[in-house]
Design a protein around this ligand. Structure first.
Ligand code: BTN
Length: 334
């Protein structure tokens, strides 16, 4: 109901829409329209009212709209089912729970805010209301657990592509899947797998994109390393127009579907090629920490199954499957 009012007010941008028109359209009383308008005001909408002319939308906050997220999605798999939460502990936790109850591949869980968002290596992921994209999706790929790294690369390539399409901003990927902008992290991806020795039960991919936080909104210890799309655009002296988070999610689901299709049609090499094109790692100096083993070198290439090849000073090339990777010039590695 409230969403229809918002849509009507947006359709008549800059004009008044009469209360009578809205009440007829929605088949509710004018008092009910007035109550809904007040509810919208509480959610951050600025709506002018005039007893003669009706209501005019002055400002619409960027609130997630489930109908816009799923509009004309046309995906083969990702987003076949979308579940929306206003608040949840962690979308990854929720998808895992639904996966263990038998949910089908392609399920997406989106939240307006997370109270216990999780990052890699047991870290927390701050996910405040209204400022980011916090979502997870479920895959049940018919590949071996050893090949699963490609899912990580596919997800990060899809994020880069979606941000370019929806917001016109070029980001890059720090291997394997931190999406970076202006040398700082704008998106993190948490991939969690349940598997047996030779078979994957399910993979949950959680994506967190910082969209409209101001620099001061990040905790102090992250400020040097984190950025949002908005604060990046503003640091370039421009105004962030964004595209709205619902549209960004819609684009992201399409891009994830496009890239994931390559996994089940046997075109994994195309994912590797696409990842290389948006890499912010290859050709740069990296410092790798695999437990106590710390070494530096030049990130030279990635293998067909997504391992990073690092050329070390002694001429040796080392293959890295996982570990902490720092890239000189990105996220504070000097
Ligand atoms: C990282 O540490 O880089 C990964 C961060 C992943 C955050 C996302 S937000 C949506 C999903 N739910 C979570 O609890 N984490 C992921």
């Amino acid at each position: 109901m409230k969403q229809t009012i918002v849509n009507e007010l947006k359709r008549h941008a800059g004009e008044y829409v009469s209360g009578e028109y809205l009440s007829r359209m929605l088949d509710i009383s004018r008092t009910a329209v007035w109550k809904d308008i007040n509810e919208l005001r509480k959610r951050g909408y600025i709506i002018e009212s005039s007893s003669r002319k009706g209501y005019k939308l002055v400002f619409a906050p960027d609130i997630l709209d489930p109908s816009e997220i799923g509009v004309n999605l046309g995906t083969a798999l990702i987003g076949k089912r979308i579940v929306f939460f206003d608040e949840i502990d962690s979308t990854n936790n929720q998808v895992k729970k639904m996966a263990s109850e038998g949910a089908e591949e392609g399920l997406v869980v989106v939240a307006e805010s997370q109270t216990s968002g999780r990052g890699r290596l047991g870290r927390a992921w701050i996910s405040p209301r209204g400022t980011g994209v916090w979502l997870s999706f479920l895959l049940r790929p018919l590949i071996s657990p050893q090949e699963a790294q490609v899912i990580t690369l596919a997800a990060s390539a899809a994020v880069v592509s979606a941000i370019r399409i929806a917001a016109g901003i070029d980001t890059g990927v720090k291997w394997p899947n931190d999406v970076v902008l202006g040398g700082r992290k704008v998106c993190g991806i948490l991939v969690e797998m349940s598997s047996e020795m030779d078979r994957i039960n399910y993979i949950v991919v959680g994506i967190g994109i910082n969209v409209s936080q101001n620099e001061g909104d990040f905790p102090e210890e992250l400020r040097e390393r984190a950025i949002s799309l908005k604060s990046y655009v503003e640091s370039c002296g421009e105004v962030f127009k964004g595209s709205g988070r619902s549209k960004l999610i819609n684009t992201l689901l399409r891009e994830l579907d496009r890239v994931y299709k390559k996994v089940y049609t046997g075109k994994v090499w195309e994912i590797i090629e696409e990842w290389k094109k948006c890499s912010a790692t290859l050709g740069r100096e990296v410092r790798i920490a695999v437990k106590d083993d710390v070494f530096t070198g030049i990130a030279d290439d990635i293998t067909a199954d997504g391992r990073l090849l690092v050329k070390c000073g002694n001429g040796e090339t080392r293959e890295v499957l996982s570990g902490e990777v720092e890239v000189r010039g990105l996220l504070g590695y000097i």
